[in-house]
Design a protein around this ligand. Structure first.
Ligand SMILES: [Zn+2]
Length: 163
């Protein structure tokens, strides 16, 4: 069958950005439920119509990937919030990835860009924001999702949820 809405898809993939390998599926293919926003939109739309065994090679522009780089997602935060018993947490250094909680209680992952005298500059953009993504790989498996998988919005069994 062809990849389309409500198909369970197993894909082998390699992601390169600006010539650098960023990510790849491991020994087992990545399994996901197609058409449920589990993958970035440009990835799902380009796989549509492929069948098991087919190879692919395509570029996903940033706007269909992790979005544009947003200047407003760079924040200067008071150093005080990073202090533990009056001293800077050892987890805070330039390049460190930190999970903070925003006013709404939502977790936000950001990278420490700079540590100033009383401010810490953090970038909450996705690390691949503004980047074009190059995917290569092959389709390992395509099958119809069960009614239960569609209801849950995820894949069950190997490579998926077990419950
Ligand atoms: Zn489930």
């Amino acid at each position: 069958m062809k990849i389309g809405k409500d198909a369970v898809v197993g894909v082998n993939y390699e992601l390169t950005v600006e010539g650098q390998k960023i990510d790849a599926s491991g020994d087992a293919p990545l399994t996901y439920l197609h058409g449920h926003n589990m993958m970035i939109p440009g990835f799902e739309s380009r796989l549509e119509g492929l069948t098991a065994g087919e190879k692919y090679d395509f570029e996903v522009p940033s706007k269909e990937g992790y979005g544009d780089f947003n200047e407003n997602a760079i924040a200067e935060l008071d150093k005080a919030i990073f202090l533990v018993d009056g001293t800077m947490s050892t987890e805070v250094f330039e390049g460190a990835q930190l999970q903070l909680t925003n006013q709404d209680g939502q977790p936000m992952v950001g990278v420490v860009k700079a540590i100033g005298e009383d401010k810490v500059t953090m970038d909450f953009n996705h690390q691949l924001a503004g980047k074009d993504l190059h995917f290569t790989g092959s389709v390992a498996e395509v099958r119809e999702a069960t009614a239960e998988e569609i209801e849950h919005g995820h894949v069950h069994g190997p490579g998926g949820h077990n419950h």
